[in-house]
Write a protein that binds this ligand. Sequence first.
Ligand SMILES: [Mn+2]
Length: 271
Amino acid sequence: MLHTKRTFDYEYPLENADVCIIGIPFNSTEIGQSVKHGPLFVREAIRNLIGYNPKSRQNIFEKYRFCDAGDIEVVPGSWSKTKDVIISTIRDIFSGNESIFPIFLGGEHLITLATATALKETEGERVTLIDFDAHKDLLPDWLGEKYSHITWAYHLMKTGNFDMIQIGCRAYDKTEEDNSRRFNISDEIKSIKGPVYLSIDLDVLDPSVAPEVGTQQAEGITFAELKKELMKLKGARIIGMDIVECASREVETKTAHIAAEIIRTVLEIRG
Ligand SMILES: [Mn+2]
């Protein structure tokens, strides 16, 4: 008998799973702290979650069968190659199980440009992307570079395939403010029809709550406030999510722990 432990004691093969964890340790355009090890530490924090939540009376590890697909092999320094690898991996995951709920662990926020694009392709329908973020990430380029963690939302909205809601934004410039209006981006979660993709940049939280992030930003929201916003999505058809910009360097950090609690909250409100 093997007295060993895997990442999840409850690890199922992809075809029998409900939820799939996929790490995307891409960290090429980051200007602050490195977020390369986010998947490692958020995974560890999920592993340390107690499944049962006395408040919701749910145990996410009984409610769902988890699968860990590992980390996508990103290409440091090349977004174009990394984007292709992400999209083709997600296609393969959905061809192995079309009803899987993917949870992507970043990595920098640029990964959302690929994950949301792949999910939209799988879904077919128009997708509402809800972005929790201190920043709007709506610049057309950064220092002449088109693809960056602060331009992804602009390029995603340019496709015309998404509606976007941004919550918690408090640091952006006039160009981004204008682009927000141009793309008709809302700052409020109201009843949503159709599929929803959730993107959570951990810097949406106050640095006192989640200090280990790529770029800290003062005057953020608390976990309770974030949870209140997420609760508004009860009944919505959430098709996938990502948690990005975790810059933890060791186990048991505040930010990775909060990331795991956010995942728990989303899994509890999902039908
Ligand atoms: Mn961001």
